[in-house]
Design a protein around this ligand. Structure first.
Ligand SMILES: CC(C)(COP(=O)(O)OP(=O)(O)OC[C@H]1O[C@@H](n2cnc3c(N)ncnc32)[C@H](O)[C@@H]1OP(=O)(O)O)[C@@H](O)C(=O)NCCC(=O)NCCSC(=O)c1cc(O)c2ccccc2c1O
Length: 277
């Protein structure tokens, strides 16, 4: 399926396109296996905010640019170790940041479907990024793994606990404690990805899945995403789910009556609305 991607905004470290109801965000640092620096995350955050605000967009494809000149592919290899300082990854002004955590929360709470398209390495913080996405489609050459304990880091948030929800406690501990790399087939076997396709079909498959989602009810999808999140996200998850309930309530005549009565300086008349079983 050929898609006519239109550039949505120009950045330094990422590419951002839209076509129909789909957005495509590409981490574009192939010389670093698409490792992210603070600037990359600021740009990703900005693009995801744009997606959130665009009512025409229902699905985001998140992927990595490639191949690099050596022929290798990467989704993302995590934090750029060359700018890692004493308290995080240094931005252009020298301030240390772990701002990928902000991006993780934004992707998770985005009321739209995010699909990771993984070709090559999804390693370290890059592995956590695909994990956070709602769905993952892997190319046959995809390689998954955590490196934290090998490179002096760890993601004890979603990177550990949500991973365990997906692959189980034993497997999650193996992934973090041994820092091995896993093939696309192994990732499929452990439920870490939704499907595996030949590399040349990766984007087409992503677009097919996106178009299938786009045929569905936006409110049903956003409430389901919030409900899946609420299972793991504590008070923040409840806030997200309850926010959707409020949104739906505002859309009813019953909800609007309260506001209207206030504006008209009269008592509200809720008598016409039933106490349903
Ligand atoms: C990804 C690899 C397994 C690929 O191996 P390969 O042999 O194919 O390639 P090279 O190793 O030769 O890499 C080519 C080229 O890219 C550079 N590069 C690759 N990854 C990175 C990186 N992460 N940072 C900087 N540069 C990178 C590499 O140096 C080469 O450059 P040359 O100039 O020499 O050509 C392998 O590359 C690999 O294992 N990479 C490191 C993966 C890694 O350890 N990532 C960091 C984990 S920690 C993390 O991501 C992290 C980030 C956060 O923001 C957090 C926030 C909060 C909590 C935790 C966090 C966290 O853990």
């Amino acid at each position: 399926m050929q898609v006519e991607w239109q550039v949505a905004k120009t950045y330094e470290d990422i590419l951002y396109y839209k076509a129909g109801g789909i957005a495509k965000i590409v981490i574009n640092r192939p010389h670093k296996r698409n490792a992210f620096r603070p600037k990359t995350i600021v740009e990703l955050y900005d693009a995801f905010c744009d997606v959130r605000e665009d009512p025409k967009i229902g699905v985001v494809l998140l992927t990595g640019a490639g191949p690099h000149t050596d022929g290798k592919y990467a989704f993302c290899s995590g934090g750029d170790q060359s700018v890692r300082g004493k308290a995080g990854y240094l931005d252009e002004t020298g301030v240390p940041r772990l701002n990928v955590l902000d991006l993780q929360r934004l992707i998770r709470s985005l009321p739209k479907v995010v699909i990771a398209l993984v070709a090559g390495y999804a390693i370290g913080g890059g592995h956590v990024l695909h994990l956070i996405c709602d769905l993952t489609i892997a190319a046959e050459n995809a390689v998954f793994g955590q490196t934290g304990p090998k490179v002096g880091s760890f993601d004890g948030g979603f990177g550990a606990s949500y991973l365990a929800r997906i692959v189980g406690q034993k497997k999650a501990r193996e992934i973090w404690f041994l820092c091995r790399q896993y093939s696309a087939a192994e990732a499929l076997e452990m439920g870490l990805v939704n499907c595996v396709v030949p590399l040349e079909q990766l984007e087409t498959e992503g677009v097919t899945w996106a178009n299938e989602v786009l045929q569905k009810s936006p409110i049903a999808i956003r409430c389901l995403k919030a409900a899946f999140n609420a299972d793991c996200d504590g008070q923040a998850g409840l806030q997200e789910l309850a926010g959707n309930a409020t949104l739906l309530y505002y859309m009813t005549e019953e909800g609007a009556e309260g506001k209207q009565a206030f504006l008209e300086k009269r008592p509200p008349d809720f008598q016409q609305y039933p106490w349903l079983p």
